[in-house]
Design a protein around this ligand. Sequence first.
Ligand SMILES: Cc1cc2nc3c(=O)[nH]c(=O)nc-3n(C[C@H](O)[C@H](O)[C@H](O)COP(=O)(O)O)c2cc1C
Length: 457
Amino acid sequence: MNPLILGIFQYIGPNGTVGSAWQHPRDTSADFTKLSHWTALAKKFEDARFDFLFLADSYGFPALDGELLPAAVREGRGIPHGDPMPLISAVAAVTENLGFIVTTSTTVEPPAANARRFATLDHFTDGRIGWNIVTGSSGATAAALMGKELIAHDLRYDMADDYLDVNLTLWEGSWQDDALVRDKASGVYADPEKVHIVHHEGPYFRTDGILNLPPSPQRTPLLVQAGASGRGRDFAGRNAEAVFVGGGEPETVARTIAGVRASAVAAGRPADAIKIVVGALFITAPTSEEAWAKHAEMLAMSTPEGAAAIYAGNTGVDLLALDPDKPIAQSRTELGQSNLERYLGRDGKPAPLVRDILENFRRTGINGSVFVGSPTEVVDQVEEFVRQTGADGFLIQPHLTPETYDDFIELLLPELRRRGLARSEYEGATLRERLFPDGTAHLPKTHRGHAFRAGRA
Ligand SMILES: Cc1cc2nc3c(=O)[nH]c(=O)nc-3n(C[C@H](O)[C@H](O)[C@H](O)COP(=O)(O)O)c2cc1C
């Protein structure tokens, strides 16, 4: 088994991914508005040799029919939620190797603005940036905030293809590799023959201009995707270099992973062109009993109302308004489809009842996979999970910040390393080379974005 890719999940807000942990005496996430909170965490993650810090984001917030969901406000769940972009320069400045993956939605800003911001960050981070491309969870509230209509689910993905094309055109097409001269003696900054206005005219977006920056170390940031609906999987197959999968039972995760790899192959790419990173929560302690006690403590801070608010904001389905003894009747949403599909019943199994769905979501949130136990027990579970699913790594989701990570570092990493499942040193100068040690800093030839490169023969 190869060493695992290990990333950290965070968002700019006062909670983890299950319940409202900020209220715990040892939790520091309510300091999310302080830069020092983040720089200390980033240094910790780099010292432990984690591959990257992922900052989730959404302009959406938990509301239904134009009304805020009171539990979300009361518990600090989904409200508040800050912008991760301004944080990246600060955490990059205190680290040298840690990668950063940031979410932006293809439905909010114009694509050229997104391209310029990521290119600037690729320079500032020396090639350590990745883009989690989402079409936007909680899309209804995000659209209303921006004064727009909600775009239908599948159309959002069609538009995302076009949005990405604009970005790729700008990143790859504006400057040839040797366009930057920067010769003080001759006074030539760049070769005018090698900087090009690019043109894109797609069904939804157009651009005629340049990326107004010389090529950055990766040119295109590492392309990541996290939507597991059928349409999301197709998008990932064509475009993603890494996919974040919401976990769950190993059989479910194995099926999702096989689906993503099949989409890559259908798009003419190798099955292993995409690294699959599973969102998971690890609760460990020196003994099994202590670990389960921590888990119980976490669940005590997770209310059905808070869970229902997050679920409603994400899918538009209010579990508290449905008959608890029936399955969810609706099978389609124009909001996030993955968290609806997750509970529709699969493989001939009956669909779960609303009361069980609410309890499952209360316990797991968007984590899905939860590993609890002593270090040996957890690493045994991890090894078995990876064997069963073919996952390439994990996105470590927080319960208590920073305690979840401290436990991982002190208790799990030594055991993972002993079994060859975690690296002890960084390899690869850029984030892309970190995930693909046999590749280069730039998009590989098998990625369709490669063809957008200026000056390509
Ligand atoms: C680990 C993980 C991280 C995610 N991060 C984000 C995020 O930062 N922003 C967001 O809008 N959605 C995020 N999502 C949700 C998916 O992208 C969501 O399913 C998608 O936005 C809706 O697409 P779908 O209908 O294809 O599921 C994440 C999902 C997972 C599993």
